[in-house]
Design a binder for this molecule. Structure first.
Ligand SMILES: N[C@@H](CCC[C@H](N)C(=O)O)C(=O)O
Length: 280
């Protein structure tokens, strides 16, 4: 088996994108881990499949796999790359591009300057919708890690997020705290963990330790999660500039009852073809 792919990135969160509209690729977790492997495969944080539309209400289907092989429901930076891939590889001219994911439907709007807007739907704060184990919905929850208590916000963006506000982002041990929070049984489907340093009401710095991929240079749904939690807790406004290690996103959330949108770049790095490793 040989696979044609496009390598793409959104602020350094990188993707192997495969045209699967003809449904010829039925990946196992082993296939995904091989494609995502930076030494034995292509290398990426997530593998994205472009699929045929499952019904008349959308233009395409969109499947997402983390580097560890697990299929997940949402990827904001991936959605921007997905929209750019559609513009570069098909003659589809509809605007926005409407896609179906396991998390629901998304609308993706491409701009001539390379920026893409993603409608990520309404943030969900009910614990069952995240999912997160808590006796009742709250703006803040306490988490105990090795006898220390930390305060987090929890939110669902089609995928689960924990958000911790910190004073000094560069001093946070993201590589150990991220996995420790992910391992808590209170997140039955795992969680993406964001650490946020606020600079006023309209600007934050953010690092995200992603479920299934580790710390990435940027996480679109994580940026939406950080802004949704900050707005819900009352320390952020409705339009926020988010600086991640890989670059800048703009997030807009008017508040409850409205969808949250993210805007940022998406780029093709190269096109390639990889022969199937018979050991996979
Ligand atoms: N990088 C993504 C999120 C990808 C999925 C995530 N790791 C999960 O398991 O939910 C983004 O930009 O949103």
């Amino acid at each position: 088996m040989a696979l044609e792919f496009t390598k793409m990135q959104g602020l350094g969160n990188d993707f192997v994108v495969i045209d699967n509209r003809a449904a010829t690729f039925d990946p196992t977790p082993g296939h995904i881990r091989w494609l995502a492997d930076r030494r034995f495969g292509v290398g990426c944080d997530q593998v994205l499949l472009v699929e045929a539309a499952p019904d008349d209400g959308v233009d395409f289907g969109y499947r997402i796999f983390n580097a560890d092989g697990g299929e997940v429901d949402q990827c904001g930076n991936g959605a921007r790359c997905f929209a750019r891939w559609i513009r570069e590889h098909t003659d589809f001219a509809g605007d926005p591009v409407r896609v179906a994911t396991r998390a629901g439907r998304m609308a993706l709007t491409t701009h001539p300057d390379g920026q893409v807007d993603v409608d990520m739907g309404e943030p969900r704060f009910e614990p069952a919708a995240i999912p997160f184990e808590a006796p009742e919905r709250a703006d803040e929850y306490e988490l105990v890690l090795e006898d220390r208590t930390f305060r987090i916000g929890a939110v669902g963006l089609g995928n689960p997020h924990a958000v911790m506000r910190v004073e000094a982002l560069d001093r946070v041990p993201v590589a150990t705290m991220g996995p420790a929070i992910q391992a808590l049984e209170r997140f039955p489907e795992g969680v993406n963990v964001g650490f946020v340093e606020a600079h006023g009401r309209d600007h934050i710095r953010l690092r995200v330790f992603e479920r299934g991929s580790g710390e990435t240079l940027a996480c679109g749904s994580g940026a939406c999660a950080a802004v949704a939690v900050g707005r819900q807790q009352g320390w952020l406004d409705g339009t926020v500039t988010v600086d991640l290690p890989g670059g800048r996103l703009t997030i807009h959330w008017p508040g409850p009852g409205s969808p949250i949108t993210l805007t940022g770049p998406a780029k093709t790095v190269f096109e390639g073809r990889i022969d199937h490793d018979p050991a996979v």
